[in-house]
Design a protein around this ligand. Structure first.
Ligand code: HEC
Ligand code: HEC
Length: 457
């Protein structure tokens, strides 16, 4: 259990301070230019060992085994066919973005987000593949997937278009000559948007939060939210009417569904949740579908079940009480400023999980720093993609736990600088405009405390 400094909510304090700031800056529809004197800056990625990646505490013996098997499966590298260089699983492609879950979910530990060196550069030409690396993929940039806004006929697309194909790989079927998507005309036409990986640490706790808890939090502090122009709404499953919560737009219901989708979309491996191939390419596609299934002889779980168990049983990231030159007092003041400026009205410090058959997930304080709701983030962040109930300018409040050891920020990974990430919250129509104005009205040392606090998470 971490310390209890996140538990305060101080609704009244939020209201007074933010209103003062909002008054001081009535033009809060527009992003005020950063002050010339500003010296507060992002302290950068927190050094030290990964504060995430282990199993949740107090798992039973058999839960620990499931975690370890799941972690191994999540880290498994897929070949197209057979076992090249120790690749232990197959089914990759015909098109793909990467060859393992852990390749993209890598930093600061397996289950996280983009690593320092983007593995998509190397995978483009692995085993003789001759893919061109698109310009938005760079060796020191974030892992990215690409979505197209519209189809050639102008109707909405919104789907993921894989970067690479297996053509040319030594393990591809001999007649396979599927062409790689040509991104150049799509890029010049402004039709491409990007998404970077969200970390899955503590994902089992997020899954275990009851809808009623999310809705009660949505109703809390309503006066303060109204004053600041913050609304927020849930995304809902068209299947059973419950709240969806995973992904940048809270578009996916569960870890199992996300695992099934990712396996097919990112790696081209069909499975029991998404059993059909995304495109018909018989010359490249010789295995039957679904490629990943429950073992028909032993009854052993399919990969997607193992992925889900690993993600479900991963511990939440551990916050630091102090680090580097940053003392506990600065972090404590920063936490206060985070609440007082109104960040915490969207980035809810703590929600509580419901009853779960897994004791480690049952009735816990989940210190995720998110309300799991969608907010209009303005024209500057809008990506024009609708998913479920989420419209083109709405995003799920990004959970901030683990932020201290995250390299890239915002849905498309446009910045690695926390100050930029905060300023990007402010643009025409954003629900965060007044809060960013309140942040910008803080003096430099208070801003620095807030940034120091964020990197303690
Ligand atoms: C090419 C990189 C890539 C690979 C490979 C990949 N992911 Fe992801 N993952 C992403 C991106 C990008 C997102 C955010 C997608 C979105 O919301 O649009 C994401 C989001 C997720 C989430 C949502 C977490 C949350 O709280 O929002 C889960 C769960 C997940 N991935 C599981 C997996 C699993 C399991 C695998 C392996 C089958 C996998 N991913 C493989 C890039 C990847
Ligand atoms: C109206 C709700 C709202 C408010 C208020 C708000 N945020 Fe956010 N925050 C979001 C959403 C939604 C995202 C994801 C946006 C995206 O990726 O396009 C986000 C993303 C972030 C990120 C990037 C996280 C990541 O993993 O990429 C940081 C850092 C952050 N917020 C910090 C803050 C701070 C600090 C404040 C207060 C000054 C604040 N936010 C106020 C909704 C809000």
């Amino acid at each position: 259990m971490r310390n209890s400094r996140f538990k305060k909510t101080a609704g009244a304090a939020i209201l007074t301070l933010s209103l003062l700031a909002a008054k001081a800056n009535p033009q809060n529809n527009q992003q005020p230019p950063p002050k010339a004197t500003a010296s507060a800056k992002d302290p950068g990625v927190r050094n030290g060992p990964a504060a995430a990646g282990g199993a949740a505490t107090s798992l039973t013996g058999s839960e620990s085994i499931l975690f370890n098997v799941g972690k191994q499966t999540f880290s498994e590298v897929d070949s197209v066919f057979g076992t090249l260089n120790g690749e232990t699983d197959s089914g990759l492609g015909p098109s793909f973005n990467m060859n393992s879950c852990a390749g993209c979910h890598a930093f600061p530990a397996v289950g996280g987000s983009s690593p320092q060196v983007n593995p998509q550069v190397a995978v483009a030409t692995l085993h003789g593949a001759h893919n061109t690396v698109p310009p938005f993929i760079t060796i020191d940039g974030p892992v990215r997937e690409a979505r197209f806004k519209t189809n050639p006929d102008g109707t909405a697309d919104g789907g993921v278009h894989d970067l690479f194909v297996i053509t040319g790989r030594s393990d591809a079927p001999p007649g396979c000559n599927l062409a790689q998507t040509n991104f150049a005309p799509q890029l010049s036409g402004g039709n491409v948007i990007f998404r970077i990986p969200t970390p899955v640490f503590g994902a089992g706790l997020i899954e275990a939060i009851d809808d009623a808890t999310i809705l009660a939090n949505q109703s809390a502090n309503s006066a303060a939210k109204m004053q600041l122009g913050i609304s927020g709404r849930g995304n809902y499953s068209g299947n059973d009417g419950t709240m969806t919560r995973f992904g940048w737009k809270a578009q996916n219901k569960s870890l199992l569904i996300f695992a099934g989708e990712a396996y097919n979309v990112e790696q081209g491996v069909t499975n029991e949740v998404f059993p059909n191939a995304r495109a018909t390419t018989p010359s490249c596609d010789t295995l039957g579908h679904p490629e990943d299934i429950t073992n028909l002889v032993t009854g052993a779980a399919s990969d997607i079940v193992n992925f889900s168990m690993f993600m479900r049983l991963l511990a939440p990231p551990q916050a630091a009480l102090s680090y580097g030159n940053v003392g506990a007092d600065s972090i404590e003041r920063g936490n206060g400023a985070f609440v007082q400026t109104g960040c915490a009205l969207c980035h809810t410090p703590t929600l509580t999980s419901g009853n779960s058959p897994i004791a480690a997930l049952s009735n816990k304080n989940v210190q995720l720093f998110s309300d799991l709701l969608l907010h209009n983030m303005g024209s500057g962040l809008a990506d024009g993609i609708s998913q479920g109930d989420a419209t083109g300018n709405e995003f799920r409040t990004a959970p901030l736990w683990g932020l201290g050891q995250r390299l890239f920020f915002l849905h498309d990974g446009r910045t690695a600088d926390l100050m930029q990430a905060i300023q990007a919250h402010s643009s025409q129509g954003s629900e965060a405009n007044s809060v960013v104005a309140a942040f910008n009205a803080l003096n430099d040392s208070a801003k620095q405390d807030l940034l120091n606090f964020l990197r303690s998470l």
